[in-house]
Design a protein around this ligand. Structure first.
Ligand code: PLP
Length: 441
């Protein structure tokens, strides 16, 4: 377990997060329940913001809100004086409803809908990251009709792709994201945008992957983007004043992953910033504003999910299933990517694990598992099971499969716990259902 001040086993032998005993949380809020540690989220936002401010100067941290989006997280990001990125009209709407300053919002997406681009312009979104010719055309015309000039970046594919623990590879040009810097596609796109009167190109954006542990990946991406910046300066006479390197910093899910602390994350950003500084000196470029967009590393380890253990089924010589009151509707990541997690029996957290079990959800899919071969003390019906590191890409990927309500989210800090997303009710689930008249007869 990757424990910290705000995530540990307390003197009762219960798991404690943000000063709140998980057994008490389950009693008060019921299960399944997402719990988020406010202090951890704020610490991570600060680590990124301060590293850029103190060690580089001009730049911005954007919280990549697709990792976890609801009004409260935008309120926290605003208080911590960072920006956010959004990738859909729905995320943008949520940010606006939270009162987030539009000029500090970046909008991404490989296929932004016309309605989403109109909405972004009407909100006054600060920067839009263009990822298609059709978007450049649409945005230019839509900005013109509003009498404005929209600041944009171009999404490029620097030819670096990174995966968890895998070596950096030269990415194939096969990606639905970005324009390749290697085959001239990015250069053509930049020339095209420079010809648009109502778009003001500020620079380039790339995002090389997610759950990346190798510093070298970020360094390589930065080197490639700087070399590209120089090339574009020489060929098109355009010098980027903003370089956005995306997110992707890795987090601890199980003991197969590194445990990175605040200083560790700072060193990732530092490596990136040093590469930019060095590259600018070497190539004679002006120091651009540096933007990073961490999502997972801000919220993932801040979050846990609490479940109540229900049915237990032992299949002799095969495996033991421990079923919980959640599943793929609150955490589809095992189904999607066979993601690994660490479970803790939250009401008996001091006991040594003694058996390998598969933790199953309650959905009608054999693949509805939270994990296989998970190491636990002998679980019994009624035990409280915590799954760690579920703050990112869990709630944001939740569904109503089998018409299960999406669990609520509580924010904990210094022992206090408050809803930031209320429980869905059955009434909520049928809210938009309609029975046409002819079916009523
Ligand atoms: C997903 C994404 C991020 C965040 O990635 P994390 O791995 O969650 O840090 C940042 N920028 C872009 C463009 C993304 O698509």
């Amino acid at each position: 377990m990757h424990t910290r001040d705000t995530l540990k086993v307390n003197e009762k032998g219960h798991l404690e997060i943000g000063g709140a005993d998980c057994v008490d949380l389950a009693k008060k809020f019921s299960t399944p329940l997402y719990v988020l540690d406010e202090r951890h989220i704020r610490n991570m936002m600060r680590v990124y913001r301060e590293t850029i401010a103190n060690e580089y100067g001009e730049g911005t941290v954007l919280y990549a809100s697709k990792a976890f989006s609801c009004k409260a997280i935008y309120a926290i990001a605003a208080q911590e004086q960072i920006g956010v990125d959004v990738v859909s009209g729905g995320e943008l709407y949520t940010a606006m409803q939270a009162g987030f300053p539009a000029d500090k919002i970046y909008m991404h997406g490989n296929n932004k809908l016309p309605a989403e681009m109109d909405y972004a312009l009407d909100c006054g979104v600060g920067t839009i990251v263009v990822d298609a010719y059709s978007e450049a055309d649409y945005l230019d015309a839509a900005a013109k009709s509003r009498g404005i000039v929209q600041k944009v970046l171009v999404r490029v594919n620097p030819g670096v792709e990174a995966h968890t623990h895998a070596y950096v590879q030269t990415a194939t040009p096969d990606s639905k994201f970005g324009f390749s810097v290697q085959d001239g596609a990015a250069e053509s796109m930049i020339a095209y945008i420079l010809g648009k009167k109502h778009l003001r190109l500020a620079g380039f954006h790339c995002h090389i992957g997610s759950q990346i542990f190798e510093k070298e990946s970020f360094v390589l991406a930065a080197q490639k983007l700087l070399a590209f910046t120089l090339k574009i300066k020489n060929t098109l006479g355009f010098e980027a004043s903003v370089l956005n390197f995306g997110g992707g910093f890795g987090v601890w899910y199980t003991d197969e992953d590194e445990q990175i602390d605040a200083e560790g994350y700072r060193s990732y950003v530092r490596a990136l910033l040093e590469t930019v500084k060095k590259g600018c000196t070497e190539h004679g470029l002006k120091k651009p504003a540096v933007v990073i967009e961490p999502g997972r590393s801000i919220v993932a380890e801040a979050g846990i999910t609490l479940y109540t253990v229900g049915a237990i089924k032992e299949i002799p010589n095969v495996r033991k299933y421990v079923a919980v009151d959640g599943g793929m509707f609150d955490n589809p990541r095992y189904c999607l990517y066979q993601s690994k997690y660490t479970p803790v029996l939250a009401n008996r957290a001091a006991e040594e694990p003694c058996e390998l079990v598969s933790v199953a959800g309650k959905c009608c899919e054999s693949g509805d598992l939270i994990g296989v071969n998970m190491n636990l003390p002998k679980a019994q019906s009624g035990d409280l099971l915590a799954v760690l590191t579920t703050g990112a890409y869990n709630y944001s990927m939740a569904s109503n499969y089998n018409r299960n309500p999406v669990p609520p989210v509580v924010l904990v800090n210094e022992g206090k716990a408050e809803y930031i997303v209320k429980p869905q009710t059955y009434e909520d689930i049928v809210r938009n259902d309609v029975i046409p008249e002819y079916l009523k007869r």
